[in-house]
Design a protein around this ligand. Structure first.
Ligand SMILES: [Zn+2]
Length: 192
């Protein structure tokens, strides 16, 4: 019997699976009932070949705090949210990028693709880390897209007066940009 799936978040003492299914590995222990439980907060990882289960500690999530400023790359744009991969925190690059969710502006009427696009680099603020889900906001004046890519051809979008134009195909697109849009110096300052 498996209680938590691969990649699920486990809390200390939380049952993961029965020992008949998977042997206990790192950061787990066997309780009296033969159930493998987590000893810390982290993500469940099953090794199906060796039939071993372990928990990877969520060091990063614990280090990430509400109010931190992050640089992230947009991976997926949905109707009201976007999925992004965090590349740096407070001006320091991180080793293992973490997935986060760009949350909608309260009362937002337009869809998220009017503000960010896939491949864009955005500066965002962490607004929640509840249950290990990193929620980001880009709505403050100093937050938003630093460098954007064309939705059609992935070319760089250049700022031309109040709009963004693709250097490759000439397409015009909309983004929620930072005042320093397109500044490589600003991007470098965000990466440390
Ligand atoms: Zn283009």
């Amino acid at each position: 019997m498996v209680f938590l799936r691969d990649g699920d978040l486990a809390s200390p003492g939380e049952p993961i699976c029965v020992a008949e299914e998977y042997m206990p590995g790192e950061n787990v222990e066997l309780d009296k009932g033969g159930v493998v439980v987590s000893i810390l907060r982290g993500r469940v990882s099953y090794d199906n070949k060796r039939r071993v289960v372990r928990v990877e500690p969520l060091k990063f999530v614990e280090r990430l705090r509400v109010g931190d400023k992050v640089l992230a790359e947009v991976k997926e744009v949905q109707d009201k949210i976007a999925i992004a991969s965090i590349l740096s925190i407070n001006g320091r690059l991180i080793k293992h990028p973490r997935t986060a969710v760009i949350l909608p502006n309260p009362g937002m009427r337009k869809t998220m693709d009017q503000y960010v696009g896939i491949g864009d680099l955005v500066v965002a603020s962490v607004v929640t880390t509840f249950m290990g889900i990193i929620g980001l906001s880009i709505w403050r004046q100093d937050l938003g897209v630093v460098l954007a890519r064309c939705d059609k051809c992935s070319g760089m979008l250049k700022r031309v007066r109040r709009s963004l134009v693709c250097v490759r195909c000439g397409r015009t697109e909309k983004r929620k940009i930072v005042p320093q849009y397109g500044s490589i110096a600003y991007l470098i300052s965000m990466m440390g």
